[in-house]
Design a protein around this ligand. Structure first.
Ligand code: NAD
Length: 246
């Protein structure tokens, strides 16, 4: 049987690395893309069926080089997980344009560029796109003008992709993780935010990388063959409560 191949961006650590390992366990091959060369080399070392690709999803010329390199190595693409992301928090008046752009460049432009560049390959396999947004794209807060807006745009981009690409058999879905103790989150979650999340989340805890990866892997799989255009929160029930983001 032909082995399916997934491209996972931001695969050097956190949710992307957990998803890589889970999909390898399930028999996929994985193209691990990240802009952090050292961390990607460490993460991919010894992972059979995976190969590292050092590129930046926010740079169009990088994406133009990355996709042919991945196709040369694996020959096909059955799923694209747009997971690479950055987080910078601040109120509107303290969000300068450079910070706004840094967040949009990776979180929004990166998803657009990688999805667009992989379309010809996904058309051939009737493949799947899974975009990683956030509960911050579903609920507003005082600190997330750039991050939350970028993630809300990713949710809409997912729906646009589902509407337009269904005719090619391509599915596009979006996962909105709640808080997970990754490097990204721990850099912006103050103790006040951590405590508030514990109170606001019905399951009263942060999620794990694996709990998010399970949802992503499902959406990539044949088991989700009739699921497209969906926004799935894996957030301990936070979204169902109506409580504001801490
Ligand atoms: P992380 O910082 O652990 O991992 C992100 C990875 O993306 C890193 O390896 C980083 O080098 C890579 N990356 C960043 N910008 C890149 C770029 N331009 N090109 C290529 N690689 C790039 O973060 P994580 O928490 O695992 O985040 C994964 C995704 O999940 C992100 O999109 C994030 O916004 C989303 N998310 C995370 C949480 C959370 O609490 N951790 C919550 C909601 C959503």
């Amino acid at each position: 049987m032909t082995q399916k191949t997934a491209l996972i961006t931001g695969a050097a650590r956190g949710i992307g690395l957990a998803t890589t390992k889970l999909m390898l366990d399930r028999g996929w091959q994985v193209a691990m893309l990240d802009r952090d060369a050292e961390e990607l080399a460490r993460a991919s070392d010894g992972l059979e069926g995976a190969a590292p690709f050092v590129f930046d999803v926010s740079i169009p010329s990088d994406v133009d080089k990355a996709i042919p390199a991945i196709l040369e190595r694996f020959g096909r693409l059955d799923a694209v997980v747009n997971n690479a992301g950055v987080a910078e928090f601040g109120p509107i008046e303290q969000t300068d344009f450079a910070m706004w752009r840094r967040v949009m460049d990776t979180n929004l432009d990166g998803v657009f560029l990688v999805s667009q560049a992989t379309l010809p390959a996904l058309k051939e396999t009737r493949g799947a796109i899974v975009n990683i947004a956030s509960i911050s794209g579903l609920r507003a807060s005082t600190l997330r003008v750039a991050y939350g807006t970028s993630k809300a745009a990713v949710i809409q981009l997912t729906k646009q992709q589902a509407a337009e690409l269904g005719e090619y058999g391509i599915r596009s879905n979006c996962v909105c993780p709640g808080p997970v103790r990754t490097k990204l989150a721990m850099a912006v979650h103050s103790q006040e935010i951590i405590d508030a999340y514990h109170d606001a989340i019905p399951l009263n805890r942060y999620g794990s990388e694996l709990e998010i990866a399970e949802v992503i892997a499902f959406l990539c799989s044949e088991q989700a063959s009739y699921v497209t255009g969906q926004v799935i929160a894996s957030d301990g029930g936070f979204e169902s409560t109506g409580v504001g983001l801490p």
